[in-house]
Design a protein around this ligand. Structure first.
Ligand code: NAD
Length: 297
């Protein structure tokens, strides 16, 4: 993709909690942008911020006008619907040599099925999911794990750099999505165990801020103790911007992967059950930090 004054128009599909700040970074770097979402409110919010951004009314319009299209959608089912759905759909309208980048946290097995189907249409496909949440999407410092053909990745490297600082190539198509699920498997375990330590410590009579201060000064420190406990859990704000349903989805992907590969886990089933029970009780739209409520009554 060209850099400088003549950048190709980028299509961005899925202007949600993450898509909005990510697309904003792309627009702020001077890329002509065309956005699409099934939510009219989401599109309006974006176009109000960026006068130069254009809203597409259909996926066909995105396909016809963009050589690079980014997907930031809830899951693989939605990704497949957008690409190959029955009514308005993207793939038939993409020109040969186009690149589709799936930045959603999708299922790697589905991603590996999609690749050859797009190849039949002469369209390149890479997976580039992200980590860092809304905060790091806003400041453009996401971690991006990228799977697929290195020459295709090189063509969109400048575009990816507008959204992230650590861009790590993980290998074959789908390996970025596999790594994303594994990262959130670790992250979900770290949050749950930090919540449990908080609950036990408080029941013992230790003030919450002391509990988190000790963990952060000691070997129990993790991303949740540093960036979630005092910010969202202890004050019961529960507004990190990442939903419980999406976290449960990522753990499901990781545990499915372990089953398919025969990789032994001790915590996998317990973790999946804990987060599935939380989703049943609190709803998928609850913030993922609300997992603490499962311990707090
Ligand atoms: P979100 O629900 O806020 O956004 C998803 C967007 O996709 C919504 O605006 C929705 O209207 C749109 N959408 C749904 N179906 C569509 C369709 N058929 N066509 C077009 N648009 C459609 O979710 P999010 O939190 O922004 O997460 C998006 C992806 O990023 C997920 O895969 C999630 O797991 C991943 N992720 C989220 C975070 C986070 O902190 N929120 C962090 C890293 C990765």
């Amino acid at each position: 993709m060209k850099t400088g004054r003549h950048k190709a128009t980028v299509g961005f599909i899925g202007i949600g909690k993450m898509g909005l700040p990510m697309a904003s970074r792309i627009a702020a770097h001077g890329y002509p942008l065309k956005v699409y979402d099934i939510s009219a409110a989401a599109i309006m919010e974006f176009c109000n911020r960026f006068a130069d951004a254009r809203a597409a009314k259909t996926l066909k319009e995105i396909g016809r006008s963009c050589k690079v299209v980014i997907l930031m959608l809830p899951d693989s089912d939605v990704v497949k619907r957008v690409l190959f759905g029955e009514k308005d759909t993207l793939v038939p309208h993409l020109s040969r040599g186009s690149i589709v980048i799936d930045m959603s946290s999708s299922n790697p097995a589905v991603t590996r099925e999609i690749g050859p189907r797009l190849e039949e249409s002469g369209v390149d496909f890479i997976d580039a999911p992200v980590s860092g949440g809304v905060k790091r999407a806003v400041d453009g410092s996401l971690a991006i794990m990228v799977g697929g053909d290195s020459t295709v990745i090189a063509r969109v490297q400048p575009l990816l750099s507008t959204m992230g600082h650590s861009i790590i190539e993980t290998g074959m198509l789908g390996s970025g999505h596999a790594m994303k699920a594994l990262n959130n498997y670790v992250s979900a375990a770290g949050l749950l165990v930090a919540c449990e330590a908080l609950k036990i410590g408080v029941d013992f009579g230790i003030p919450p801020d002391k509990i988190i201060a000790v963990l952060n000064a000691s070997t129990g420190k993790n991303n949740s103790t540093e960036n979630k406990m005092m910010q969202f859990v202890v004050p019961k704000q529960f507004n990190s911007g990442f939903s419980l349903g999406l976290m449960r989805k990522d753990i499901t992907i990781a545990t499915d992967l372990s089953k398919r590969l025969g990789s032994k886990t001790l915590l996998g089933e317990i973790l999946l059950k804990s987060w599935t029970d939380a989703e049943t009780k609190l709803g998928g739209a609850a913030d993922h930090t609300e997992i603490f409520r499962m311990l707090d009554g």
